[in-house]
Design a protein around this ligand. Structure first.
Ligand SMILES: *[C@@H]1O[C@H](CO)[C@@H](O)[C@H](O)[C@H]1NC(C)=O
Ligand SMILES: *[C@@H]1O[C@H](CO)[C@@H](O)[C@H](O)[C@H]1NC(C)=O
Length: 227
């Protein structure tokens, strides 16, 4: 009994920490994509997508029954036995934040064909160039497909048509637009350090929280110490 409670609490605590850092995934237009649920699903699954500030259901699946909630004449969306969402011939309009049973699963960017892909390691500096001519001496407007452009580490040059990013983070990944046209897809890959540190911190937090909750339960008489 005690052991079960402990495991459950530990698993819940670890699970919520994992979702704190949502994965960015960039895929090329026309490829097939599989989006997995953050946790294994039992029973039905509902997939939805958030883009441009609104969220819409894509499909619900239960056993071998699948119901589409969007218009899908080319049958590009399907669910798989383990609850994953399968997208055939991904299009830039498939970009957005995907939710499995209301839980964020991935931030997906479908990279328009012909877009430059720039891959750098975490904490490096990078300069993105406008791929097209910008009119006159005007400073181009930069924006990103998802998330903000962090003013502190990211600066727009007033001399040329570039965007500079210092100390790049995986969360900076995404499609960057210069004056409304895709300039580059930035792929910032995780280094060794954060990969090692994160699980250790979550494990410690989980154990401390579990300990506090168990102590509380014993004190309030919910769990009687074994004689
Ligand atoms: C981003 O970089 C990782 C690691 O190098 C690679 O596996 C992945 O395919 C890259 N993504 C894109 C869109 O190029
Ligand atoms: C942008 O242009 C500069 C100067 O031409 C070059 O050094 C740099 O590598 C370019 N950046 C990318 C991401 O292609």
């Amino acid at each position: 009994m005690k052991v079960n409670i402990f495991c459950c609490l530990l698993a819940c605590t670890l699970g919520s920490n994992v979702t704190a850092g949502l994965t960015h995934e960039g895929v090329k237009e026309g490829t097939q994509v599989t989006v997995r649920c953050p946790h294994s699903v039992e029973g039905g699954v509902r997939w939805s997508r958030e883009s441009g500030g609104s969220r819409a259901d894509i499909l619900t699946a239960d056993g071998d029954k699948t119901k589409k909630h969007i218009n899908d004449p080319q049958k590009r969306y399907n669910s798989q036995a383990d609850g994953s969402l399968f997208i055939l011939r991904a299009a830039p309009s498939d970009s957005g934040r995907y939710f499995c049973n209301h839980e964020a699963a991935v931030e997906l960017t479908v990279i328009p064909s012909g877009t430059t892909i720039v891959s750098v390691a975490e904490r490096s500096s990078i300069t993105l160039n406008c791929s097209h001519n910008v009119g006159g001496s005007a400073v181009p407007t930069w924006r990103r497909d998802s998330g903000e452009i962090n003013e502190g580490r990211i600066s727009v040059s007033t001399e040329d048509t570039t965007l500079r990013i210092r100390e790049a983070e995986p969360a900076d990944s995404g499609l960057y637009y210069c004056d409304g046209e895709p300039a580059a897809y930035l792929n910032v890959t995780k280094g060794q350090r954060s990969d090692r540190e994160l699980p250790r911190i979550s494990l410690l937090t989980g154990m401390i929280l579990t300990g506090m909750v168990l102590t509380g339960m014993v004190l309030t008489g919910m769990v009687l110490p074994e004689r």
